[in-house]
Design a protein around this ligand. Structure first.
Ligand SMILES: NC(=O)c1ccc[n+]([C@@H]2O[C@H](COP(=O)([O-])OP(=O)(O)OC[C@H]3O[C@@H](n4cnc5c(N)ncnc54)[C@H](OP(=O)(O)O)[C@@H]3O)[C@@H](O)[C@H]2O)c1
Length: 283
């Protein structure tokens, strides 16, 4: 049986669908099992990474697990959710672990690098057959525009002209499914991107075509983006790191060869993602 954490999320949700469609027994972890809409064949189980004791029942009997954490960098002294999940997996004797990480996790010395290095170490130092997935920006981040698009055709977007080779979470899930169902990917860390480098401005134009609407960007100046993150409660050290990474590095814009090599097909495009997710932008 495979335990999927973040089973109601973008990657976890696609992974649950993919594994159940392949006939794998799946347990889908969420803090609110009664509300989870899951495909037939998936069993909802309660688990909260803020409450490590709740994780034992979720992991019991699993031979593989997909780990993700929604804990914000810098909101705790370290990645306590990743640690709690990896420890629960060890207590339950889980053999295969696939961890959803981020591009360049652990590279560098800032607060974001330190956080992700510790989060990955929780998995790689735990005696598991582990696989690390390190994707760049998700295409699903465009869903942050949905609220504004219900009110009109203009969207405020920070860093609107910084490009990224964003990736479809469904592609990440497809690789996770392979790593959870064979031993071929044990000990591998995969840096993943989508198939083309686009700015948010270009993504909005593509989304507009998929929705049949003429959408416009209202750019957010960089200092307003910084103030917004501070007001939202991001720790200052994290805001500094995000600003530096976003404005000074083009790393996320690189189209990486890993995904097509692993899946034997091109990565899905933003246009394909936008068409598949049209309904989520409707009123
Ligand atoms: N967005 C990006 O551009 C990007 C890029 C690279 C990597 N990533 C990484 O991808 C991950 C996000 O993945 P996603 O987009 O698939 O997630 P998501 O759609 O944001 O969903 C968040 C998931 O976290 C679960 N969750 C929240 N708090 C929890 C808690 N206390 N205990 C257990 N589960 C909890 C939620 O489950 P319930 O609410 O049902 O409990 C939900 O399934 C993050 O680790 C992020 O660092 C994101």
């Amino acid at each position: 049986m495979i335990l999927v954490t973040g089973a109601t999320g973008h990657v976890g949700g696609e992974l649950v669908r993919r594994l159940t469609a392949a006939g794998e027994p799946v347990r889908a972890m969420t803090r609110r099992p009664a509300e989870a809409r899951l495909p037939d064949g998936a069993e909802a189980v309660h688990g909260d990474a803020d409450d490590p004791a709740s994780l034992d029942a979720a992991f019991a009997g699993a031979d593989g697990a997909f780990l993700m954490s929604a804990q914000g960098v810098g909101t705790a002294p370290g990645p306590t959710h990743d640690l709690a999940l990896a420890r629960a997996a060890a207590r339950a004797g889980v053999r295969r672990l696939v961890k959803l990480s981020v591009l360049d996790a652990g590279a560098g010395t800032d607060v974001i690098a330190r956080w992700h290095a510790d989060a990955e170490a929780a998995v790689t130092d735990g005696g598991f057959a582990w696989t690390l997935l390190r994707p760049g920006r998700f295409m699903s981040n465009a869903l942050q525009w949905a609220g504004q698009l219900r009110a009109g055709d203009e969207v405020s977007i920070p860093f609107a002209d910084r490009p990224a080779a964003s990736i479809d979470p469904a592609d990440v899930a497809e690789i996770a499914a392979r790593a959870l169902t064979t031993d071929e990917h044990a000990g591998s860390a995969y840096e993943l991107s989508g198939p083309e480098s686009l700015t948010p401005t270009e993504e909005l134009a593509i989304l507009g075509r998929a929705l049949g609407r003429d959408l416009r960007v209202r750019p957010v100046p960089d200092d307003a983006a910084r103030t917004g993150m501070e007001r939202y409660g991001f720790p200052l050290e994290v805001v500094d790191a995000i600003m530096r990474r976003t404005l000074e590095s083009d790393r996320g814009a690189e189209v990486l060869p890993t995904l097509p090599k692993l899946l034997g097909r091109p990565a899905r495009t933003f246009e394909e993602w936008a068409r598949a997710h049209r309904a989520e932008f409707a009123g």
